[in-house]
Design a binder for this molecule. Structure first.
Ligand SMILES: C[S@@+](CC[C@H](N)C(=O)[O-])C[C@H]1O[C@@H](n2cnc3c(N)ncnc32)[C@H](O)[C@@H]1O
Length: 215
């Protein structure tokens, strides 16, 4: 089967920026206290269930943070360059090359899934398949944490992270539509956090979603 072009563009772009992305994002993540608080709440909720993957893990800092909070988290990313940096910076943790549209775990295997600024490169018409995959891998009662930029717009990104050439789309997403997609996939939205960021024009959203215990 031919790979969708957005996956190819995302992989190539993040391969190009991986090393500098890690340098730039690490301190930003350290100072993102509200984002870390949401990840902390997620960790509290799924700790008894063991954990699960960070999909679109990038250079691995979110995975490492969840592991430091007691989860058996692992990272999955499309970009081999990102996975190489994640393994370099966090030896001993598990990082796999893969796509969130076809995750490795069996049906119902995972207590939690985190997609932290990683659904933002998926065209909206391809998002239902992503949410169906999240629903498939989550155990009944399992949790999904999503972070993304809000809006309703596609932006072309041609450079970034130290002036590297990139060529991919970034989607600003309406939280209501994301909540609707989660609901249509059989998940239940528990928490919606919308926060203004000092660094970007569009507010950021964080959704905490659960697969019903009886499903
Ligand atoms: C903006 S970065 C976010 C990385 C990291 N989660 C963070 O918070 O810094 C987006 C990441 O998602 C990955 N990604 C995008 N679409 C993906 C997909 N379908 N499957 C796996 N990874 C994906 C990209 O390769 C990239 O590393």
């Amino acid at each position: 089967m031919t790979e969708p072009s957005h996956l190819r563009e995302t992989r190539t772009s993040y391969d190009t920026v991986a090393v500098d992305y890690a340098e730039i994002v690490r301190p930003a993540f350290e100072s993102d206290l509200l984002g870390r608080a949401m990840l902390g709440a997620f960790a509290e909720l799924v700790r008894s269930a063991g954990g699960g993957p960070v999909v679109g893990c990038g250079p691995g800092h979110v995975t490492a943070h969840l592991c430091s909070l007691g989860l058996t988290a692992f990272g999955v990313d499309l970009s081999p360059g990102m996975i190489e940096v994640a393994r370099r910076d966090h030896p001993g943790l598990r990082f796999d090359i893969g796509t969130m549209t076809a995750l490795e775990p069996a049906d119902g295997e995972l207590g939690g899934v985190v997609a932290w600024y990683s659904i933002i490169h998926t065209p909206p018409d391809a998002l239902p398949a992503v949410f169906a995959e999240f629903h498939r891998v989550l155990a009944p009662g399992g949790h999904l944490l999503l972070g993304f930029h809000t809006g309703d717009e596609r932006r072309r990104k041609n450079s970034g992270y130290g002036g590297h050439e990139m060529s991919l789309d970034v989607y600003l997403l309406p939280p209501d539509r994301i909540a609707e997609l989660a609901t249509c996939a059989g998940l239940v939205v528990h928490v919606r956090l919308i926060r203004q960021s000092e660094n970007t024009r569009s507010p950021h959203a964080c959704l905490l979603v659960r697969k019903p215990a009886n499903s």
